[in-house]
Design a binder for this molecule. Structure first.
Ligand code: PMP
Length: 415
């Protein structure tokens, strides 16, 4: 599916009413909490919490080693979670490596695939929109291998400029690593075109899907990428777990990057041989409970339907951008069809001040550089205020935000 053509026009009004699924959405005093920071981390639905409690309680045991039946059952649940997460993004069942999160997944690709495939003179193409997680691992591996990094600029509405990328790409590029949906601007990448650009020179395409998987359908086979990474905690699942997807062929050729238990075939002091993927990349006792919770989160999201989620959040995005766009002291970042994320600045009010005053009205937004300092430099701003939506978000959350902005203005003597 071409992500740029999801049905934004059909998206009004927002349709989901799922607040009751989320026990975290009330304040200690019992008032509604207007949580608009899902791009940082998502609140958890009761279904995920119940699954985690059960896995950590009456079902708990280790995986892959126990000879007793509880361990065999837990191993089955853990491996079923892998299959579930792979299916969730259109992969085959042995193509998911569990990691601590998207950050670790990118570090894994850099240290394993990167070390094996990059040499002096090779180039890596990133964009000005990237999260630090999709910059620093490449800087480290570039330093270790002698490869160099090029940075694609943005269009006027803050998408990755693929016309520029097409001009910049050359035979020395071995990898393009782009964000699928920006955590700052919500910009959605035209993945089909990015894949064509990468593959035209035989380079691989890695997509940072952290902010895409909670907001829209993702099918790695249709997208045509080579690596896809994301974190469970932004998808209504637990912290401490995420996933790397890569096709079986690519994983089979990648060397291990961390050594330890569970990733071996045979160990002697003379020579160690390694297990097949994905186990080759999962050294040590894995995040068992978290993997099972991750799968429960995928079930939760799929029960709602990702088209429905996208339509709901697109309607909210559209309304918030319209309301903010009417205020003549507000600068909006990103395109109008950003996926569930709205970044903005109010003249004369620092985002941190706005965030603090909003908190007094039980509205939670993110203020800062969003782990994208090069993007802040590119836009020549120190920070933005960011509101991000979830399946439980509603017009009431936007009303509370707009009301809080009015209060902040009054406090700052701005009318
Ligand atoms: N990429 C993007 C676009 C993100 O939004 C985030 C989280 N803010 C990350 C990478 C890193 O994810 P994690 O901290 O879960 O590893």
């Amino acid at each position: 599916m071409d992500d740029r053509h999801l049905p934004v026009a059909l998206a009004e009004p927002p349709t989901l009413d799922l607040r009751a699924d989320f026990p975290g959405l009330t304040t200690p005093g019992g008032a509604p909490w207007h949580y608009l920071d899902t791009a940082a981390t998502a609140q958890k639905p009761q279904a995920v919490i119940d699954t985690v409690v059960r896995a950590m309680g009456k079902d708990y045991a280790t995986v892959h080693r126990g000879v007793y039946s509880r361990s065999a059952d837990m191993t089955r649940s853990y491996e079923e979670a892998r299959q579930r997460i792979s299916r969730f993004i259109g992969g085959r069942e042995d193509e998911i490596v569990f990691t601590r999160g998207a950050t670790e997944a990118i570090n894994l690709v850099a240290n394993s695939w990167g070390r094996a495939n990059l040499k002096p003179g090779d180039r890596i193409l990133l964009s000005a929109l990237e999260h630090h997680s999709n910059i620093i691992p490449w800087q480290m591996i570039a330093e270790a291998t002698g490869a160099k990094i090029d940075v694609v600029p943005l269009t006027a509405d803050h998408r990755i400029d693929l016309d520029a990328a097409e001009k910049m790409i050359g035979p020395r590029h071995k990898l393009i690593a782009f964000v699928h949906v920006s955590n700052v601007t919500g910009s959605v990448l035209d993945v089909g075109r990015a894949a064509d650009i990468a593959h035209s020179v035989g380079a691989k395409l890695l997509l940072d899907g952290c902010q895409a998987v909670p907001h829209m359908p993702v099918d790695v086979a249709a997208l045509g990428c080579d690596f896809y990474v994301f974190s469970a905690h932004k998808l209504y699942g637990p912290t401490g777990i995420g996933a790397l997807w890569a096709s079986g062929d690519i994983l089979a050729d990648m060397p291990p990057w961390e050594g330890g238990g569970s990733m071996i075939e045979r160990v002697t002091f003379e020579k160690t041989t390694y297990d097949v993927p994905p186990q080759r990349f999962e050294a040590g006792t894995p995040a068992i409970v978290e993997a099972i919770g991750f799968a429960a989160a995928a079930d939760y999201v799929d029960a709602i339907g990702r088209e429905a989620i996208h339509a709901h959040e697109a309607a909210l995005t559209k309304r918030l951008r319209r309301e903010l766009g009417r205020m003549n002291d507000v600068t909006l970042f990103g395109p109008d069809d950003g996926a569930g994320i709205v970044s903005f600045l109010i003249d004369g009010i620092h985002p941190h001040d706005l965030g603090t005053i909003l908190d007094d009205g039980d509205v939670a937004i993110r203020a800062g550089h969003h782990c994208a300092q090069p993007l802040m430099d590119y836009l020549d701003i120190p920070a933005t205020a960011r509101a991000s939506f979830a399946v439980h978000s509603s017009e009431a959350d936007i009303d509370a935000l707009i009301e809080g902005i009015g209060r902040t203005r009054r406090i700052f003597g701005k009318g």
